[in-house]
Design a binder for this molecule. Sequence first.
Ligand SMILES: NC(=O)c1ccc[n+]([C@@H]2O[C@H](COP(=O)([O-])OP(=O)(O)OC[C@H]3O[C@@H](n4cnc5c(N)ncnc54)[C@H](O)[C@@H]3O)[C@@H](O)[C@H]2O)c1
Length: 275
Amino acid sequence: MSLFDALRYDGKRALVVGGASGMGAATAQLLQDAGAEVVVMDFAEVALPGAKAIHVNLADAASIDAALDQCGGPVHALFSCAGVADGTPGIEKINFIGHRHMIDRLLSGGLLPRGSAIGFISSAAGLGWEANLPQLLEFLATPDFDAAVTWAGEHGTAHYMFTKQAICAYVARQAYPLLKQGIRINAICPGPTDTPLAQANKEMWLGFGADYRGEVGIEASTPLEQAYPLVFLCSDAAAAISGVTMVTDAGYFSSGVTESFPAATDTVKFLLGRY
Ligand SMILES: NC(=O)c1ccc[n+]([C@@H]2O[C@H](COP(=O)([O-])OP(=O)(O)OC[C@H]3O[C@@H](n4cnc5c(N)ncnc54)[C@H](O)[C@@H]3O)[C@@H](O)[C@H]2O)c1
């Protein structure tokens, strides 16, 4: 198969959760361009012509169940994009627990066939998750939506960084059991990306790494620039890739680790050793 054929989605049905805005919306559009039949689930109204739109509230397990009943199968590619910032009630559910519940339901319903793939949007804020692995594994061992919510409440982890670490650890941990069912799972870890969510938290989200971007002469990513690697990871061109959290931050984290851009080193050290 040629490279461009391997990247295409003809004959595939893609579900984009959080596809009304930002990176999810760019992903949904790119998937249509690549030939997919696209279903978009979101809390907000979906404005993509040609896509089936389904309302969902990721903070509510019953709403997720109802949305999946409307969606049906098969789902050849699931894009788990929706997320919110600190300060939003239910962040632990919206950013991770609801997405996990959706995957569990898709699996138990036989809706993710062999050859399908899952792509999460984590965050550069989730990097360094390995240092917190024991706690993350304890959290991931919770059997269902309600147990995970209770655990997060009891352990004070209902915050952005923990939800993004949880995605990274989940992706890494699930690669093996999912591939036994023929399913791949990966994530991107974006750096600052110019979306409505980032604009609403401008100082913290778009201020992050502004010195690095100034030095190398780039802007914050566009949603489309993040959608490209996400769509690649769920395509047949990435058949050998699973369990990966791909850092899509234009090199900020790596330059901090190696001290080639020393101004990033303190931030990276914080991320790597904060627990
Ligand atoms: N923008 C950045 O700089 C940045 C950086 C790293 C990671 N991220 C992550 O990227 C993902 C996409 O964010 P974005 O920046 O494109 O923001 P966005 O706000 O444009 O998109 C997020 C989408 O999630 C939906 N959503 C929110 N609450 C929901 C709920 N309860 N149920 C269902 N859908 C819900 C929103 O309606 C929206 O369409 C998020 O997971 C975010 O954490 C963003």
